[in-house]
Design a protein around this ligand. Structure first.
Ligand code: 5GP
Ligand code: ZN
Length: 114
């Protein structure tokens, strides 16, 4: 836990968020500034600053998060696919320094990024 981290504060329920899933290791909640009709974030409860800090000790946690995504996406109405994004560090455009996976979708095809 990081005292000042905004996502740690959401985990501690100090800041309200549209929580859509919670278990002992993870939390998923709606993004406050959605870029598409469906946009939520999946985070570990463990404060990990970024994907660049992941090592083999996090294998089980990262696997669990990946395995949660299809069910969460379906429950949010992703009928025809979705996009997952992990921004990492300054160059990667990361703004909140607590590892998070964006899950983004809607009715229309998202613009190509690559
Ligand atoms: P990043 O650029 O770090 O990958 O994305 C951070 C995301 O967190 C952004 O999409 C932003 O809208 C979202 N976000 C930032 N602060 C809050 C907050 O207090 N509550 C919620 N629900 N989302 C937040
Ligand atoms: Zn944190």
């Amino acid at each position: 836990m990081d005292e000042d981290c905004i996502f740690c504060r959401i985990i501690r329920k100090e800041i309200p968020a549209g929580i859509i899933h919670e278990d002992e290791d993870t939390l998923a909640f709606l993004d406050i500034h959605p870029v598409a009709p469906i946009h939520f974030l999946l985070i570990p409860k463990l404060h990990i600053g970024a994907l660049s800090e992941i090592d083999s000790n996090h294998q089980q946690l990262m696997g669990k998060m990946m395995c949660l995504i299809p069910g969460l996406a379906a429950a949010q109405g992703c009928n025809d696919g979705f996009r997952t994004i992990i921004n990492t560090g300054r160059v990667g455009g990361q703004e909140v320094a607590h590892l998070h996976i964006h899950i983004i979708s809607g009715n229309d095809r998202l613009p190509a990024m690559i």
